[in-house]
Design a protein around this ligand. Structure first.
Ligand code: NI
Length: 256
């Protein structure tokens, strides 16, 4: 059994075929899904999926590239939506200076709001970080309570900074790039994440692993990622699957 710790079945491309994707994933061994919202519409769709499918859980929040369009009423709405019993995390939130260089201050204030919500609700954060490792770490140090946990989703930072995020009570999640032949950094990172903080994800519909690189990603491809990391770490597929499954349940406070 695998737990896809970050999947966007609520994205426009996947939402209409979610039923089929979930069936196919379960057949392939990906039985549990952490569906991640990133704006007003995808948060609503995440709630719909969580209501419909027993093994779908969700994170609700606002992505840094959506931050500029978020209104005060949307922040208030999020606070209410977090009360849903299957909302197990906040995000995805964070900082992205790759896709949006102009709105650094707005991104920071929407991120700060969500960090403070996580402190208040004791839910973990789902963090998106792109070309922003320094500022993301500084924001966590400044606003996050030490007991608040989280996920560095599709971690793309350096090996050196893995330690800094572990010290911030973060779990590290790896996605499709770890299966790419020339992906030196993700492979090195995979060797350095402590087993008790390791999560895996597809980040579907993006970042399909080998041998589907470049195609639309889906949660049934998660075993390719698990297999690659298991071999690198000299574990059996079953051992690595069990460890990451239990890590996800522990962090998201899901009892199965
Ligand atoms: Ni995502």
């Amino acid at each position: 059994m695998l737990f896809d710790s970050h999947v966007h079945l609520n994205d426009s491309d996947l939402f209409p075929i979610a039923e089929e994707l979930i069936q196919r994933a379960i057949q392939a061994g990906t039985t549990h899904f952490h569906v991640i919202g990133y704006d007003v519409v995808t948060n609503l769709r995440a709630i719909e999926l969580a209501n419909k499918y027993p093994t779908v859980y969700m994170a609700l929040g606002y992505h840094p590239t959506a931050a500029k369009d978020i209104l005060p009423a949307d922040l208030h709405l999020l606070e209410e939506q977090l009360l849903h019993p299957k909302c197990v995390a906040i995000g995805e939130c964070g900082l992205d200076y790759y896709w949006d260089k102009e709105n650094e201050q707005i991104q920071k204030s929407v991120f700060q709001f969500q960090i403070e919500l996580a402190n208040k609700t004791k839910k973990p954060l789902v963090i998106h970080m792109r070309d922003s490792a320094h500022d993301t770490l500084e924001m966590l140090k400044k606003y996050k309570h030490s007991s608040t946990q989280g996920i560095m989703h599709c971690y793309s930072g350096s090996v050196e900074m893995v330690r800094d995020f572990l010290d911030q009570n973060m779990y590290i999640s790896l996605a499709g790039p770890v299966t790419f032949k020339n992906a030196r950094v993700p492979k090195e990172v995979a060797m350095h994440i402590p087993m008790d903080r390791f999560l895996i994800e597809t980040d579907s519909p993006w970042l399909a692993p080998m041998p589907y690189r470049g195609k639309q990603n889906e949660p049934s491809y998660l075993p390719y990622i698990a297999q690659e990391i298991a071999s690198m770490r000299n574990l059996s597929y079953e051992e690595f699957a069990q460890i990451t499954f239990e890590n996800t349940c522990r962090l998201l406070k899901i009892s199965i």
